[in-house]
Design a binder for this molecule. Structure first.
Ligand SMILES: *[C@@H]1O[C@H](CO)[C@@H](O)[C@H](O)[C@H]1NC(C)=O
Length: 251
């Protein structure tokens, strides 16, 4: 009985919320994830600013262009990445070689990726205002990603990091597996954790945190992606009028 009552309350709340979105002209944005990699990947999602997580915080995407759509609320900010080489051990614990979210499960449940991880960041504006999105190597690189819009108005260009940056990764930034294989590439901030690479302390402004040889290397590899925290504003992309998004792994 009480379960039913809770459910009808939830339904009533949901209907009211949807009616509000409909009447206010606010629509959710649809984000479609496609795996173009040779191997299975396990995308993760993280909502920013202590807001509720999306209905799906982690899932498996088989190779050969399998895809999955996910809807965000009309006003939303967060990030996406994909884990690689995941498996479940005998005790049922789920772990991944890169971009692990450390829940022991496929769902990331509010946890972010442990770097290095290539990120797509999307900031969805209310009422069809201006969205911001980017591909970021600020937390390093683990696999190629692109983000493209569909619909919307304005600039709306795709941003892509299609290169395998791991292949150009200097020794001191390499993340290796137990077998010695290079699995991913740390950013200089993640590798050395110093103010000049992380743009912290006296380096916490664009003026006092210039590019470094490491961020320049990332920029050479992926021109459109954020190479460090205060990369030039060209790395941020915009689109208005509530576009939908396509995120592709190994574009
Ligand atoms: C990128 O290069 C690394 C190192 O050669 C390799 O292990 C990895 O599989 C490559 N990743 C992709 C997505 O091709």
């Amino acid at each position: 009985m009480s379960n039913n009552r809770t459910m009808s309350k939830t339904l009533a709340f949901y209907s009211l919320t949807m009616a509000f979105f409909f009447l206010s002209g606010a629509h959710s944005a649809r984000i479609t994830f496609t795996n173009n990699c040779l191997n299975t990947v396990w995308p993760g999602t993280l909502t920013a600013d202590q807001q509720p997580q999306l209905s799906n915080t982690g899932f498996e995407l088989l190779s050969k262009k399998s895809s999955l759509p996910l809807d965000t609320p009309p006003l939303w900010k967060g990030r996406f990445w994909a884990r690689t080489e995941c498996s479940t051990d005998k005790s049922g614990k789920f772990t991944c070689a890169t971009a692990e979210c450390d829940t022991g499960q496929v769902a990331c449940s509010g946890n972010g990726a442990i770097p290095p991880a290539t990120l797509v960041e999307i900031n969805i504006a209310a009422d069809g205002g201006m969205d911001f999105y980017d591909v970021s190597l600020v937390d390093g690189f683990n696999l190629p990603i692109s983000v493209a819009t569909q619909g919307g108005s304005g600039d709306c260009r795709a941003s892509s990091c299609p290169t395998n940056v791991t292949m150009a990764c200097p020794t001191e930034l390499q993340m290796k597996g137990c077998d010695g294989r290079v699995l991913a590439c740390k950013s200089a901030c993640i590798a050395f954790n110093t103010p000049n690479y992380c743009c912290t302390g006296t380096f916490n402004t664009p003026q006092t945190c210039p590019p470094t040889d490491y961020s320049r290397l990332f920029k050479q590899q992926c021109r459109q992606a954020y190479s460090y925290a205060y990369d030039d504003p060209d790395s941020t992309f915009t689109c208005s009028g509530r576009p939908d998004y396509h995120i592709t792994f190994c574009p």
